[in-house]
Design a protein around this ligand. Structure first.
Ligand code: CUA
Length: 193
């Protein structure tokens, strides 16, 4: 006697004409309802979500942005750290930070509790702005100028780590932000590495 074999040419016996079990209908209903919730959240989050950047975004020519950064450095430079200029702009001003393979230019020295408009852009490829040890992250994209309203809430010597893989020197791409308190000094225990 021949036993029945199943190949791709021979369909298995179906049962699709039988009504679905109640629990299956309930789960399909729950899944569909949840899909609708997520679908509604997409446009809703665009308007109400706390993840939206706090500033403006506009297109910019990378070379022009870098030239603007150099102008900013020349205007407010107060010193150097191993060849990298340290820039102390007045509170309330527009400040510039250029990301490039593999550095953050310049070192910013800011005052605690004062607001600045931080312009971030990249000269070459995507980089990731990640303020260490505080959890602040932002994507830095060439061709776009992000003007973020920022107010440093803590004084300290912070590092900017690149958190977007950008090439062979990615792991060496470390920048620096110094935040001084109202007396113009760094706290004794600063946040640097
Ligand atoms: Cu810049 Cu990784």
């Amino acid at each position: 006697m021949l036993t029945e074999t199943h190949t791709g040419l021979q369909s298995p016996k179906g049962n699709w004409w039988k009504p679905a079990h109640k629990s299956e209908r309930v789960w399909v209903g729950i899944a569909f309802g949840w899909c609708m919730v997520l679908f509604a959240m997409m446009p809703l989050w665009q308007v109400k979500g706390g993840q939206n950047p706090s500033g403006i975004r506009r297109k910019v020519d990378p070379a022009a942005f870098y030239a603007r950064t150099q102008e900013f450095i020349a205007q407010y430079r107060i010193g150097d750290d191993r060849g990298m200029p340290i820039v102390a702009p007045p509170p309330g001003s527009d400040i510039y930070l250029t990301a490039m393979s593999f550095q953050w230019t310049p070192i910013l020295q800011l005052e605690q509790g004062k607001e600045y408009i931080l312009h971030l852009s990249s000269l070459d490829v995507n980089h990731g702005f990640s303020l260490y040890p505080i959890n602040v992250n932002f994507q830095v994209v060439p061709g776009y100028d992000y003007g973020l309203r920022v107010t440093p809430t803590a004084a300290g010597d912070f590092r900017i780590i690149c958190n977007e893989f950008c090439g062979i020197g990615h792991h060496t791409m470390v920048g620096r932000v110094i935040v001084v308190d109202s007396t113009g000094n760094l706290p004794a225990q600063s946040g640097g590495i």
